[in-house]
Design a protein around this ligand. Structure first.
Ligand code: URA
Length: 252
């Protein structure tokens, strides 16, 4: 069982004191783990506290059954009204994949097709994602795929800071902790800025980024390829690196 030897701790923001996201995998790296994964929820922020969490009840102990807790989260996401994006969405898109997946993909947010179906990356960007994944021999089913925000922003605009903050603190952070992936692929600048607090994809692509005890690769959003042909070669190179990394991880 992957999580059995792990040291567990909890993350609590003072903004929502009842909510405790338990951190799995903290013992995996010598680097400090914590909520600095996300912009605005930095470990350096006085609003965040990391503490050991003794006596966690079954109810608040999602790690004991990540699959069940992921389902609960998905159900909450589908009826979520915590940010204004709930008014413009048709169907929220919690994300999908094997709860025990070793790898995770995080995009920006649902587009038109995802909003209609409730599934991530099923439109043209998804088809391009499948195409580049195909070249690597990796299946979609090897990943848990989700987005920074779970509801489509009106006219596909970039999600706003408050929407991102609400969505990641309520859902994405916990999804990552529950899945506890060995590697996370970030697609596009919104995912890179939010998760790694870096300015651009260009700054981080082409190498494995170790950040707060997790390993990340970043590349351009598949949709960017539609209006910038020059990105095709870079995206192909990034997926080549992804393939090598996944093989390396799987052969351990
Ligand atoms: N773009 C994204 O970022 N996510 C999706 O699910 C679809 C398109």
């Amino acid at each position: 069982m992957r999580g059995s030897q792990r040291k567990e701790s909890s993350i609590t923001t003072t903004q929502s004191p009842q909510r405790a996201v338990r951190v799995r995998g903290a013992a995996r790296s010598s680097q400090p783990r914590g909520p600095a994964l996300f912009k605005g929820v930095s470990a350096r922020s006085p609003e965040v506290e990391i503490r050991e969490q003794p006596n966690v009840s079954e109810e608040r102990s999602p790690n004991k059954n990540p699959a069940r807790r992921l389902k609960q989260l998905a159900a909450q996401i589908r009826v979520c009204t915590k940010c204004p994006l709930c008014h413009s969405r048709t169907i929220a898109v919690p994300g999908e994949g094997d709860p025990d997946a070793e790898f995770m993909i995080i995009g920006e947010g649902p587009g038109k097709d995802e909003d209609k179906t409730g599934h991530p990356f099923v439109g043209s960007a998804g088809r391009y994602l499948d195409h580049v994944l195909e070249g690597t021999g990796i299946q979609r089913s090897d990943f848990f795929i989700t987005n920074i925000v779970k509801c489509r922003p009106p006219a596909n605009r970039t999600p706003k800071g408050n929407e991102i903050e609400t969505c990641i603190t309520n859902y994405l952070m916990e999804q990552i902790e529950l899945i506890d992936p060995h590697l996370v692929l970030l697609l596009g600048s919104v995912a890179v800025k939010t998760v790694l607090s870096r300015k651009s994809v260009e700054e981080v692509r082409g190498k494995v980024i170790e950040w707060e005890g997790r390993r990340y690769l970043a590349t351009y959003h598949p949709a960017a390829r539609f209006y910038r042909e020059d990105l095709g070669a870079k995206i192909a190179a990034d997926f080549g690196l992804l393939k090598r990394e996944l093989k390396r991880i799987q052969s351990r």
